[in-house]
Design a protein around this ligand. Sequence first.
Ligand SMILES: Cc1ncc(COP(=O)(O)O)c(C=O)c1O
Length: 362
Amino acid sequence: MPRIYNFSAGPSVMPETVLEQARDEMLNWQGRGLSILEMPFTGDDFKSIMAEAEADLRDLLAIPDNYRVLFMHGGATAQLSLVPMNLLGGKKTAAYADLGYWSGRAIDEAKRYCDVTLAASGKSLAYTDIPPPDAWKTDLNDAAYCHITANETADGLEMNWQPETGNVPLVADMTSNFLTRPINVSEFGLIYAGAQKNIGPAGLCLVLIRDDLLGRATPLTPKVFQYGVQAENNSRYNTPLTYGIYLAGLVFRWLKDQGGMAAMERESRAKSGLLYELIDNSNGFYTCKIAPAARSRVNACFHLGDPALEPDFLDEARKNGLFHLSGHKRIGGLRASLYNAMPLESVEVLARFMDDFAQRRG
Ligand SMILES: Cc1ncc(COP(=O)(O)O)c(C=O)c1O
């Protein structure tokens, strides 16, 4: 079977040249006579792979020197607990913006550790828009931090601005839009991103944390999950996800070769713009509930005007090589995930199929 057009929300399509390089190096990395999978993590070779990956990531995002990059285990879901365990620092409250499905998961988890005050909520908007800046709570002083989900993967909503949180550190779950545009890291206290969308294999999670937020973990936090301990040990307190870090490094290099964050932002706007324009011009055959300014560049969520056509849509799409277009199980509908490694040409194939399906079945 040829490679499919893979619109999965995660794990997701990887750059083909990265997979090819990994294949070529699988048995014998750079003539050393062993695979990365077999390489000790304490040796110079692996340390250099890790250092290069970090240096390239720092370059891509212009990460300031007072931020540490941690390569952690447990995916982004672990961070839903690790953020409160590591950042409450004796405070009893944390602020969360409730913007959709993944915000809800973060809030539920945080409530196991602290009181949650809502910095903003999209509930009254049925999670179809980001609450405007003047609807956000401004007095967050008692909160240890303020958490946002920068892109709601399941709902198809993306934040394009940062809330004003004063001295309260801003924490962002960027799992689905990390590395898809330039960001100003210094606006955040902490950013985390699970790897399986724009970075590499599932299980790896990147954490960028400002120095002054290290060392605040509650004593019961497992040491392997304490940001301070991992920072002191260059993310090698225990055996890191060596192969995942190697692949992430290849992806970072690929991103630099593609033109970095500015190019990724341009591409993601072109890809998502193509689909949203088609949806908006389909006379209701396709609909997108999300307010235009809040539509995600990386997870285009949409519905068919007649939901009864959905099984046929998915079936015909698969026959055309277009896979994994079902919406999130809790949201329903359809979703095309358009991460960095998804070529514009593949989105054009999807757009042609959608147009043709609408002509025939509309
Ligand atoms: C925004 C967001 N946060 C957290 C997660 C959880 O990631 P993981 O499955 O790596 O734990 C996901 C997964 O899709 C996500 O999209």
